[in-house]
Design a protein around this ligand. Structure first.
Ligand SMILES: Nc1ncnc2c1ncn2[C@@H]1O[C@H](COP(=O)(O)OP(=O)(O)O)[C@@H](O)[C@H]1O
Ligand SMILES: [Mg+2]
Length: 243
């Protein structure tokens, strides 16, 4: 289960908050899609959930893990943990619980496709050749297993990134525009696999997307606007279109 409470994020360089007292609860195995204008804070939200950045205030709980601001007066014990302990905690959380499809893939150039995908499972200690083969077959990338990443197209790399986010059976998958580089037909097929695998594995899924079709595959399609999440695009429009 993912539970976000009163999450706010203000970057030092900008005075207005990017996220403002944002709340979100997603039950295990449920999916949420997030749409919103460029620059509204979608990637920021995912990077806070992934523990890459610390919120200004509020909390994010994922199963037994809870991520809070680095300096939070309400939780002195957490603040007293040394910086290295805190980063170990976040590393453990990421290794065990999280699958991430980065907007820019972030695959390793020095590994072939197979080893890139196997990376998260080897790190977690649940590498399973048969499961990886099955996933790569579903995503139609098994034939690319031995190819260096630099020889793959953007769409092929995107599918490798999706496989890598799923192969270690995480409890939460964060996908930042996971079909942004795919043609319409492949986007439909690949997003179906992403949603299906997560449903089958009882994995919670958060997808940021610009595709209305992909967004509607989620149990709970949401819109991010002015730092908060809305269930309806119309509610995010601050003016009415009266004739
Ligand atoms: N590290 C940062 N420092 C300052 N501003 C940032 C940083 N990262 C993102 N921003 C700003 O925060 C806003 C939201 O960015 P982002 O979350 O990437 O938007 P989206 O993913 O919705 O397009 C943008 O205005 C962006 O310029
Ligand atoms: Mg983004």
């Amino acid at each position: 289960m993912l539970k976000i409470e009163k999450l706010s994020k203000t970057y030092d360089t900008v005075s207005t908050p990017i996220l403002s007292a944002l709340d979100l609860v997603v039950e295990s195995g449920q999916s949420v899609s997030i749409q919103g204008a460029s620059g509204c804070g979608k990637s920021t939200l995912l990077s806070l959930i992934a523990g890459f950045d610390s919120p200004t205030s509020g909390s994010i709980a994922i199963n037994d893990y809870c991520l809070r601001p680095v300096k939070d007066p309400a939780h002195e014990i957490d603040n007293n943990k040394s910086a290295s302990l805190q980063s170990k905690y976040v590393d453990e959380f990421r290794k065990n619980e999280l699958g991430i499809v980065f907007q820019s893939y972030n695959l390793f150039d020095c590994f072939n496709a197979w080893d890139n995908i196997a990376f998260t499972a080897r790190l977690k200690g649940n590498y399973n050749k048969h499961y990886q083969t099955e996933l790569m077959q579903q995503l139609n990338i098994l034939q690319l297993a031995k190819k260096p990443i630099s020889q793959l197209s953007g769409g092929e790399q995107q599918r490798c990134a999706i496989a890598r986010a799923l192969v270690h059976k995480p409890s939460l998958v964060l996908a930042d525009e996971p079909t942004g580089n795919l043609d319409e037909a492949t986007s439909q097929a690949v997003s179906d696999i992403l949603f299906d695998v997560c449903r089958k594995m009882n994995t919670t899924l958060l997808v940021v997307t610009h595709s209305a079709d992909v967004a509607l595959k989620a149990d709970n399609p949401l819109w991010l606007h002015a730092g908060k999440l809305f269930t309806d695009k119309a509610l995010t429009t601050p003016w009415s279109h009266s004739p």
